[in-house]
Every structure is written in C-alpha cells, then in structure tokens.
Design a binder for this molecule. Sequence first.
Ligand code: SF4
Length: 167
Amino acid sequence: MHSIVDAYSRFPKADCGYCGNPSCITALRRHCSGEMPLDQCIFFRTGALDPQSIRCPPATESSGVPGISYINPCPSDAHAVTVEVSLASGEHAKHGYYDMVTLDRILGGHVPSLKVSPSLGMARIELEGRSIMAFGEGRILIRRALDEEDALLQLSRAMRQLWAAVN
Ligand code: SF4
C-alpha cells in the first residue's frame, strides 16, 4: 500500500511556494484530498517530474468516536492508567489529522524526548515517566498516568514543551 511518505519521496521538496502552498507536503496533502491538480506545481507542469509517479494513499479512517476514554489499568503498568484522546478525522484530515512529516522536519532532533516516525505515522514524547503517543489519524495515548487529571496535565505540559521549541 502506498503511504503519504512514499508519495512525498517523489515530490520536489523545494518548498518554493509557486503553487500557493507553504510547503510541498501541504501541496501533496491538498493534492491527495482532491484540492490541487499536480500541474499547479512548477516541477510537474514543466515535465521535470512525472505526475504519474505520484500515487496517493487511501484516505485515513477516523478510529472510534471522538472524545476522551479512560483506560484503567494502563496496559504497560497495572498501577497506572492510560487515557486516550480521539479527534474526529473530518473533512480537513483526509490524509491524517497530524502531519508527521512536517512535525519531524520542524522538531525532529530539537526536543530530546521526542521521537517522530513519519513512515509509521506516529510520534512519542516521554515526560516524567509518562509516555505520550500521537498517531497520524488523530489519536493521542497518555500512558502510565496517575489518573485522568494527571494524564491531561501531562498532555498539556507536552504541548507547551513543543510550542516553546518553535517560539
Ligand atoms: S510549486 Fe511544487 S516545489 Fe513549489 S511548493 Fe508547490 S509543490 Fe513544492
């Protein structure tokens, strides 16, 4: 099966903005959502790259009902809990709610406890014993939390840590 990362590997990756998108990955995601013909890109329009080489993956399925689920005990620690936050995939996330390619390009290597795998469509950050995992289709798992409140507090701290890294 083709992935968004396979298709991106065949993109120019010049991020020139000619097509009106801020980056090639945005252009690809819009193309795969049916919102941008490839000939808007100067590389495909001029024949420098072959549009036939770009094969979009199937649209991402949203997993489960949006909301917060409380899982007790945590599968990896019987004394702790896991909280799952599910976001609706929706109209604007046909190829993933989270863009792991851009996340890896912006933050990969800059936040020591953050590991991003664009090809697997997931990211993981360790914070004070908790493991926070985000999946491309729009799910976040907070594992080894003390309780639901602690899980959401750690999620908030992780988000602030990522935000601080780009500001
Ligand atoms: S015109 Fe092509 S190379 Fe430039 S940003 Fe758009 S997709 Fe990327």
